[in-house]
Design a protein around this ligand. Structure first.
Ligand code: TXE
Length: 498
């Protein structure tokens, strides 16, 4: 086994230990005997140093032409492509997801680098006519300053890229505090940016825990923008801490995503979609399928076939090519998943398969849970309403499409939702009536692409979207510019009275 790497904070283009000298370990969740890396346990002094470096780098980066900024992103995309295999293994080692899924994380970062780089040659504003003669007007997009990025552990490279690359192409500088379980992938992303020519101080990494390293970043007076992905509870704290200084906060929080399967659905397609949606990434996706809302006519057959397939899924170390489902990220999340299994049973739901921790042999060194399916779930049960963030699927039977939509919308979240049906009328009603930011027809609840906005309604966030044509909105200000070349004072709304 290779010597574990010790990562220092990356501040102003230099490697710096935490001011306290403290470090923490990240271990492979599939095999805790394996150390994935040692990272700095940072505090307020380290955050202050990183913000100072980002602030100092801002004027020159802001003044760099956007197409030049974009060229660096494109070169980084090329480097990511060349290193995809190595970075995927690093990601699997720290996060646990199987290698083929880890590759998806890297591909998403590559796609985002290419997409954001395209904006370097667009970054369109608008020109509009004036209501007065001899007057010109337009809007221009401008950077804001130092952006504080706080990311979770489930998509260690993809989520970092969604936030960092749009912020950079607009001309902002960045301090990122990655999830404490999975910091390595952020270093890999930033390594490519630096080799591609990113100037020192434009991106800074401070590792550590939420309350000690995340909170000082949120509260820092020189950080006007916070972009956060994580739990609803922490998102609320972040929002409250930022409110005092009237910061811009973009939150991407949880989900309780439904698949609706109607009697006329292609059941083979539903099977594949639900298994992938519920058990891909061991259910640790904000878009994971956690509810199957199924019409009565196909409920029995679908349930029986799903349970049979779930029992055959190969759960194991993500580094092994046979693995279909990896571990849970850590002990705390494992306990949470098992707690929800107990809650489901006590609420009267029927445990159809799974529900236990996998033990014996190598399983004893990781956080493995069986793919779990509950039947007989009703809409008011906690397992039908609360985000579990693990491989647990709740099946809820309904009479018809109307009841399905009503159940689907009856949760505090609204990120992703899916309908399986051959009926175009139901498909269009779904698109109109489902309360979610992302809607799929005949496809699972996971699989968002970067060319469309990502985010949700209700408790899933606070109205912002990542990626898509809106990707730069959280990280830019609009400036409206009026140029009067009439040579005299022209008063809008007064001198042009209708
Ligand atoms: O998240 P946290 P956790 C949900 C999911 C999961 C639950 C808990 O339901 O079971 O959250 O996961 C940083 N100020 N999601 O505990 O605490 C923290 O260090 C500033 C959904 O891992 O929200 C990490 O970098 N920052 C989600 C980040 O916030 C703070 C993905 C997320 O951690 C902080 C992950 C503070 N006071 C979990 N406290 C999704 N939307 O996909 C913590 N952090």
């Amino acid at each position: 086994m290779a010597e574990p790497r010790v990562f220092k904070n990356f501040i102003g283009g230099e490697w710096r230990p935490s001011a306290s000298g403290k470090t923490f370990e990240s271990r492979n969740p599939a095999d805790t005997r394996e150390l994935a890396g040692v990272f700095q346990d940072s505090g307020v002094q380290d955050v202050n140093a990183a913000v100072a470096a980002a602030k100092a780098a801002f004027p020159a980066w802001r003044a760099t032409p956007a197409p030049k900024r974009a060229e660096i992103l494109l070169r980084a995309a090329q480097l990511l492509q060349e290193r995809k295999e190595r970075y995927s293994a690093d990601l699997t080692r720290e996060m646990g997801k199987p290698l083929f899924e880890a590759g998806g994380d890297i591909v998403e970062a590559i796609g985002m680098a290419q997409y954001a780089a395209g904006e370097g040659r667009r970054m369109h504003g608008v020109t509009t006519p004036s209501e007065l003669p001899n007057k010109f007007q337009m809007s221009i997009r401008q950077p804001i300053g130092v952006c504080g990025l706080i990311t979770p552990w489930n998509f260690p490279m993809a989520i970092a890229s969604w936030k960092m690359l749009p912020a950079l192409v607009v001309g902002n500088t960045v301090v990122i505090k990655p999830g404490e379980d999975t910091p390595h992938s952020t270093f890999n992303l930033v390594e490519c940016l630096h080799e591609a020519g990113l100037p020192p101080g434009v991106v800074n990494i401070v590792t550590g825990y939420g309350p000690t390293a995340g909170q000082p970043l949120v509260e820092h007076a020189d950080v006007p923008v916070i972009s956060f992905t994580g739990s609803t509870a922490t998102g609320r704290l972040v929002n409250l801490a930022a409110a005092d200084k009237i910061k811009r906060v973009s939150l991407e929080l949880g989900g309780k995503n439904p698949v609706i399967a109607l009697d006329d659905a292609d059941l083979d397609l539903v099977m594949d979609g639900v298994l992938w949606g519920a058990f891909g990434t061991a259910g640790q996706r904000c878009t994971a399928t956690s509810r199957l809302i199924v019409q009565r006519g196909v409920a029995a057959e679908l349930t029986e076939r799903l349970v049979a397939r779930a029992k055959t899924l190969r759960v194991g170390n993500g580094l092994s090519p046979e693995t279909e489902m990896g571990p849970i990220i850590n002990q705390k999340q494992l306990d949470r998943v098992l707690d929800y299994v107990a809650i489901g049973k006590s609420e009267g739901a029927k445990l159809l398969c799974g529900g236990g921790r996998l033990t014996g042999g190598d399983y004893d060194y990781g956080f493995f849970v069986q793919p779990t399916i509950f039947g007989g779930v009703s809409r008011d049960m906690r397992i039908a309403r609360e985000e579990i963030f693990g491989p647990v699927l709740s099946i809820i039977e309904v009479a018809d499409f109307d009841e399905a939509i009503s159940v689907a919308n009856d949760v505090p979240y609204g990120l992703s939702a899916s309908l399986y049906s051959r009926d175009a009328n139901h498909a269009f009603r779904m698109m109109r009536d489902i309360e979610s930011g992302i809607c799929y027809i005949n496809a699972p609840t996971i699989g968002a692409e970067i060319h469309l906005p990502f985010g949700g309604v209700k408790g899933t966030g606070n109205g912002h979207r990542e990626a898509g044509p809106q990707l730069m909105d959280a990280f830019s200000e609009w400036k409206s510019v009026y140029v009067d070349y009439s040579g005299s004072l022209q008063r809008a709304q007064i001198d042009n009275e209708v």
